[in-house]
Design a protein around this ligand. Sequence first.
Ligand SMILES: Nc1ncnc2c1ncn2[C@@H]1O[C@H](COP(=O)(O)OP(=O)(O)OP(=O)(O)O)[C@@H](O)[C@H]1O
Length: 306
Amino acid sequence: MASSALEIQGLEKRYGEQAAVDGVDLQLAPGESLAIIGHNGAGKTTLMKLILGLTRPSAGTIQRWSWRGGAPRPAAASEGIGFLPESVNFPGAVSGGQRLRFYARLKGAGKQECAQLLELVGLSDAADRKINTYSKGMRQRLGLAQALLGSPELLLLDEPTSGLDPFLRQHFYAIIGQRQAAGASVIISSHALTEIEARTDRIAIMQRGRVLALGSLATLREQAALPVEIKVRHTAVPMAELEALAAGAATLQSMGELSTRFSCTESEKLALLQRLSARPDIVQDLSLHPPGLDDLYAYFVNGGDT
Ligand SMILES: Nc1ncnc2c1ncn2[C@@H]1O[C@H](COP(=O)(O)OP(=O)(O)OP(=O)(O)O)[C@@H](O)[C@H]1O
């Protein structure tokens, strides 16, 4: 029995000599979320277009399963997919409500669902206003409502939060989380690395059409084995005392007279923290900084060089 919502094998898309997508293998489970990150031109949008069936692969296969009604069955190309494109272009002369109802008719969704979605994305009060009076964030929210029509089993979101302020971004991820909890799988392409790192189950790092690394944040950290940093605020002590606390397990960098950065491996971290916390006469405060997605991204796209 299928346990994937999406399975991609050996996927390629060539434009002449150039491979926009080059040998991608990927699986997505029902309810799972995946972030695709990569430089401009890495192939993120092309991968989404291939999944949507908007463009045909040069090689490889894409299989999807529908989980509606219990037992999984193979799903047709774009069946059950909600798509939020990178630039949402709506005609300005119609209202947001009219436009959403237009898409609802295409997707076989009802007027009641339109009203619920406008409420969900916070556009109920603006539903009768023409779209050309909407801010960028309002258009983006209308785009999200459009993508959610018909409760899709797979959501493809191409840089979905680029026009949203921090509050709306949180609201956006809360909505996506609800859909995931209801079983929808989600693929988000994003350049907002700090924002995305805690929001998705797995991350795929793409470069020149290839997936360089794929896994949860914890898996990527394990693979990269980048140092963990511990920033320590301490009393005025000679460097030799701090080096004794490091016990050869960390490199030290002074950040001023009363502050030092300790860098150690993940496996040395706990023992070092114990030694530091056992000396309250020296250590006044500390904060732990594991490598973030921006560090991991730089590591993988530079071929494993720190
Ligand atoms: N229709 C096309 N014809 C020719 N080349 C294309 C076409 N579509 C995409 N490409 C090329 O394929 C590569 C991948 O493009 P794609 O838009 O998928 O990248 P991306 O990762 O989404 O970039 P961005 O972050 O800028 O949105 C780029 O080099 C792009 O120029």
